[in-house]
Ligand binder design. Sequence first.
Ligand code: ATP
Length: 363
Amino acid sequence: MAAISLQHVRKFYDNGFHAVKDFNLHIEDGEFVVFVGPSGCGKSTTLRMIAGLEDISDGNLQIGGRVVNDLQPKERDIAMVFQSYALYPHMTVRQNMGFALKLDGVPKAQINERVDEAAKMLHLEPLLERRPKELSGGQRQRVALGRAIVRKPQAFLMDEPLSNLDAKLRVEMRASIARLHRKLGVTTVYVTHDQVEAMTMGDRIVVMKGGEIQQVASPMALYERPANKFVGSFIGSPAMSFLDGHVLGGVVGGEGYALTLPTDMAQRVSGHEGRPVSLGLRPEILSLLQPGAVADNGAVLRGVAEVVEPLGAETIVTVQVGAQNIVARLAGNVDIRAGQALALVVDCSRIHLFDAESEANIS
Ligand code: ATP
């Protein structure tokens, strides 16, 4: 096992494209770190630089305390798991899993022992004599994981390993990988564009955009204290909604709404008096004003239901406030029809304010 450290790492591709910009991160020994971000943000490039599959244009990469910038992938003692399983079709599961060890000249008895151990962990024992074409997608991906495990590397690097699986299998495999990590405690860097995968698997999440780190934090810290509007909108489903507005005298308001800020937040944003902001609302901080309840007007948004999506356990409602839309997550049994006027109570202690220009969280 090993810590992984990237200092001022950059990647320029041959065509001059600056894919990764001044990337700084220390991954602790045994940590599970997820790189997440939209397509093209540079997460795979960063992972491939750690693996040694891409040259590092600038900066330093250390694995287990030694600088590995110029080492070949096989000298870095890491194992990659990809989206495509890349299993050898003519080999059995056992042969696939043991192949790298065989190339390394590990004695046969030892290979068998390590393959059996990994197969047990991944519930692959009954499948060891099958060939890849006789396996389901999920089973193939478990074999690909098994192939990585048997090598007992210092770190696992995984690039969207679950994206070829259907939704149900993905959930199962997510749990398998998390269990495996708890059991083996091997440093793992995991790339995904799926924020649910990131939130459920990572000890820490690195949110990237345009080749730059936006924020590094634990899942809950990211959710509760997003550093900027991009992180706020990228993490969470349904996504955070935004309303344009201004801060004036402890109130954030815009077209068709005015909310009273909690005292501590009003103090923090007092320097933004009169400046444009973006108000961030998570769907779950909104609830229906109950009939007959006394409305605290400083904590109520009034609008019209645009789209109503009953999901059983909850109902997702898109509400038009002024000319803008927000999304509310309401109880499953609410009786709302599109076109209906709604009053929503806002938990103002959980709102976020972002500077309209820099998009930094100022609340
Ligand atoms: P995805 O989720 O789509 O895989 P990603 O975040 O992993 O996206 P990368 O594959 O790291 O993104 O690519 C980062 C940027 O670098 C993209 O804009 C991509 O077009 C560009 N890029 C990738 N490979 C090359 C290459 N060989 N030459 C030039 N540009 C490249």
